[in-house]
Design a protein around this ligand. Sequence first.
Ligand code: SF4
Ligand code: SF4
Ligand code: SF4
Length: 355
Amino acid sequence: MTTVSSASPGLPGTGRPDGNRLFGPLPDVSGDAGYEPDHPARVGFFTDTSVCIGCKACEVACKEWNTLPMDDANGTRDQMALSGMSYDNTGMLGANSWRHVAFVEQVRTVDLPMPAVGLPGRSPGTGDVHAHDRVMADDAPRAAQTSVLNAQSLSEFDPQTGQSGDREIRWLMSSDVCKHCTHAACLDVCPTGALFRTEFGTVVVQGDICNGCGYCVPACPYGVIDQRKDDGRVFKCTMCYDRLTDGLQPACATACPTQSIQFGDLDELHARADARLATLQGQGVQTARLYGRDENDGVGGDGAFFLLLDEPEVYGLPPDPVVTTRDLPSMWKHAAAGAAMVVGVVLTAFVGRRP
Ligand code: SF4
Ligand code: SF4
Ligand code: SF4
């Protein structure tokens, strides 16, 4: 039988030989949390943003399975509003939106067959004329029609500079979610045990135990966990813990039509992601990179990691996240040293007084 200890894996002095459980690689997060050795393998998400089409089926599946209330881009419950700035009307992750598909519009050379608008007859990024369009050029009326259909006017307008040009527009889409960190600061600071590590290595919050103190909200280096405005408790992705315990995969991964969201054993996902990265880079996509894959990063690697086509900041992700409880031991040491000094000064003042 799988059992769990109430000890948070982030608390110091709970048995790890090197005494450091707050950052760095941690090969067995569930074992470290107190589960017996027969616990299941750690699972996670590999989100390959290069094949995301922005359909938002993942967002809808999450809302539906978890019966999350409707909200607008400001997180206001039971409101539906258009952001007016983008196709992204969800805005950000929040207490009522546990998946968020970011739409990033860029004016630049397109190096992938991503959804894009370009000049008629040009190959993306090269300026070469397609054979198809050489034929079309001989047919003036059809060419004129094609010119309208492929929206030349859009390609000649640069919304970032407000000037016309012959550059192209591309959309980057990425379905963001809780990272189920190896070192999860949200879990470390929770005083009630509402946040806990599951036998699958994921991080789950239990709404019926959360007391609404909100300590976990600033502790999360990704800004994921959020308080629901009308009741104060916090919510976030559970990696569909209820489905996992029934042998199902998470709702969002099940709904994704392109396999942009891949769910499975974390080690297997790492190998798959490495192969995908090598393929893309072999095809000349030098900006492709993995995010959250490195166990030596500031959170010991993520249970939900990503293949990105640009800098993390472009997608609204922190470039170098660090578990916010990493420096707790040295902070307590400094505080203890300060307190000892004050006590010493007070004692010296009393002892040194003349009778
Ligand atoms: S991303 Fe934030 S909320 Fe999710 S496990 Fe990590 S610290 Fe916790
Ligand atoms: S794993 Fe489940 S809870 Fe998490 S984002 Fe996907 S559908 Fe929502
Ligand atoms: S991750 Fe999948 S389901 Fe979500 S928007 Fe992208 S393609 Fe659609």
